[in-house]
Design a protein around this ligand. Structure first.
Ligand code: NAG
Length: 169
């Protein structure tokens, strides 16, 4: 069987598989308890305990030993989207253009954004809307939207590279 044919069969099999529950995903993880591992990409916490503004969300991730998520590839986004769909709520990510309007950077690494997953017609907010959310509404399907940092609340989506001093990612 050639490899394209093989990939198609694999895709077909995956699309018919039952989605894993959050508990199953957590149980498979080698990250901190409660964090979900996307093997090859990182450890993630969809923190449903809190609905916070963007800065509070960033502080919350820091307190838990991580940072607001930085999404670098379509594969990473796809993994996070599939989990967010199970939950069905909005999540802050670590992207902002505070202090440099229109020039989005990842807060933790300071890197300029390269891969993006903006929803259609986003970002649209100019200076007042400086923080970025994976949005569940308006058919956005967890595409990115720029939102006011302090007037909106969402769950923090945290990422961590270390667990018990061991570098995971
Ligand atoms: C969320 O709250 C529960 C109950 O208080 C606690 O056990 C858990 O550790 C919290 N999770 C996080 C990530 O803070």
């Amino acid at each position: 069987m050639n490899s394209i044919c093989h990939s198609l069969l694999l895709l077909l099999a995956l699309s018919h598989a039952q989605p894993l529950t959050l508990v199953e995903l957590e149980a498979r993880s080698e990250c901190q308890p409660g964090w979900i591992e996307l093997p090859g990409y990182g450890c993630y916490l969809f923190d449903l305990n809190w609905s916070l503004d963007w800065l509070q969300a960033a502080r919350n991730c820091q307190k838990l030993g991580g940072h607001l998520v930085e999404i670098e590839t379509q594969d990473e986004q796809n993994g996070l989207t599939s989990i967010a769909r199970i939950i069905g709520e909005d999540f802050w990510i670590g992207l902002t253009d505070i202090g440099h309007d229109g020039n989005y950077r990842w807060m933790y690494s300071g890197n300029e954004v390269s891969y993006t997953n903006w929803a259609a017609n986003e970002p649209d907010g100019g200076i007042p809307q400086s923080c970025v959310m994976m949005f569940s509404g308006y058919g956005y399907d967890f595409g990115w939207t720029d939102i006011k940092c302090t007037e909106w609340s969402a769950h923090p989506l945290c990422e961590a590279n270390y667990y018990q001093g061991r570098k995971m990612y």
